[in-house]
Design a binder for this molecule. Structure first.
Ligand SMILES: Cc1ncc(COP(=O)(O)O)c(C=O)c1O
Length: 419
């Protein structure tokens, strides 16, 4: 399989051409939201030029809006390996999870239990705690191993029992990059009679996903993390969705989508999925005549290979800097169990201070806890958190070297400071 042509890919992302104080911007902020390719921008603009209307009407722009909603659900379903009618579109993963959690937990009985993890983004923890409180349901926490920021299955066994009705789990950690054993968790959850709700927001930009293959009951994602607009989507297994109580306005057809949709965003979301499918054709070896799903898997496989190669280089550079500590799975042998998202601290330098110094040089990294608040607290790093370096397929080796050189300079200034 040929590698990605990163220069050609970068030319498709207009924002990557930005400069700051005469230096090119380098974007390592992908886990907070990626840049978008030309076709996504054009799809959003085209919506306003050609299709702008509410949906459900008997005139062409409204019919086009209806088609856009349908196409976005179909495209996102292909990304997750499911069917379009099992998708709920909405503003973002957090809002959709709060919304669905009311219905899911509303179907439980007092005394039932939910398992959440101490590794997850709070968006897959707090909605369950809130809904559980309203329904006299108990929440148990699956504690992570802090040495390598992983969730061990023995830890799940300790909190799972015959009263468990739901396990809420991240597919991958947005803070430290750990990929969780979702298929194994689904088996154990189902054996206990529980559903599995997977937060795939951090996994979706980095891994080919197949909700049916891992046997998840719900999978949530957000398109702004994989080259699309600020839109969220949740897959729910058809028969479970049909069985849930709903919180909806009477005549609305969709049982879980409320109010008027972000149609321009949905147009961009479908274009983001097409962009990934296009990578599958161009670089992933997808043959002519392949289905969109096959092309998406090929595209994500090509992205994964390219990102891991770059991450290997980043990790080697980070390991070589005195005063830098990398969290989570750090050995070469564990690369397959992580995304290319590095959480680091620098001895003697607060994460915000380091991020500010990098920002002044046109290098975008995030600092803080990124709403993985429970994990950062458990690691004893609250409230300052860590510096998060997120690689995507449009990053280059030269950018990584530039970042590492700056980090080296920052670390040297930190370690030379009086304590
Ligand atoms: C792993 C993970 N889950 C959930 C969210 C929340 O997503 P949204 O902004 O779509 O609500 C994020 C956003 O950073 C995330 O990284």
């Amino acid at each position: 399989m040929p590698g990605l042509d990163v220069a050609a890919i970068r030319a498709r992302f207009p924002a990557l051409a930005q400069t700051h104080d005469g230096q090119p911007m380098a974007f390592f902020d992908g886990p907070g939201g990626t840049q978008v390719p030309d076709t996504v921008i054009e799809a959003v603009v085209r919506y306003y030029r050609e299709s702008n209307a509410n949906h459900g009407g008997a005139f062409p722009t409204s019919e086009r809006s209806d088609a856009i909603v349908h196409d976005a659900a179909a495209a996102l379903a292909d990304l997750l390996g499911v069917d379009g009618d099992e998708l709920t579109l909405g503003p973002n993963m957090t809002t959709l999870t709060f919304h669905l959690s009311r219905s899911i937990v509303g179907s439980m009985r007092p005394g039932d239990e939910i398992v959440v993890s101490g590794l997850d983004h709070q968006a897959n923890v707090d909605p369950w705690i809130a809904a559980a409180r309203d329904n006299e349901v108990l929440v148990r926490t699956w504690e992570p191993e802090l040495a390598d920021c992983t969730l061990r299955l023995e830890g799940l066994d300790a909190v799972l029992n015959e009263r468990t009705r739901l396990v809420a789990l991240g597919w991958a950690s947005n803070a430290v990059g750990t990929i969780n054993p979702v298929a194994e968790v689904a088996k154990r959850a189902h054996a206990a009679g529980a559903w599995l709700f997977v937060d795939a927001v951090h996994a979706a930009p980095h891994l080919p996903l197949d909700a049916r293959a891992v046997d998840a009951d719900f999978v949530a994602c957000s398109t702004y993390k994989f080259f699309g607009p600020h839109v969220g989507a949740v897959y729910g297994r058809r028969e479970i969705l049909a069985s849930l109580p709903t919180y909806k306005v009477r005549p609305a057809e969709h049982r879980f989508e409320t109010g008027t949709g972000n149609f321009e965003g949905y147009a961009g979301a479908a274009a983001a999925v097409e962009y990934i499918a296009g990578l599958g054709s161009a670089y992933g070896g997808a043959r002519a005549g392949s289905t969109r799903r096959e092309r998406i898997v090929a595209g994500m496989t090509a992205i994964r290979a390219s990102e891991l190669e770059l991450y290997r280089h980043l990790a080697a550079r980070l390991h070589a800097i005195r005063g830098v500590r990398l969290y989570g799975l750090t050995s070469e042998a564990d690369l397959a169990r992580r995304t290319p998202t590095a959480a680091i601290t620098i001895e003697g330098v607060a994460p915000r201070e380091a991020a500010t110094m990098l920002g002044r040089k046109g290098i975008a990294v995030w600092d803080g806890d990124f709403y993985a608040t429970g994990l950062i607290e458990r690691l004893g790093l609250a409230p300052d958190g860590v510096i998060r370096i997120g690689l995507t397929h449009y990053n280059t080796r030269a950018e990584v070297d530039r970042l590492a050189d700056e980090l080296e300079a920052i670390a040297t200034s930190g370690t030379s400071r009086p304590a």
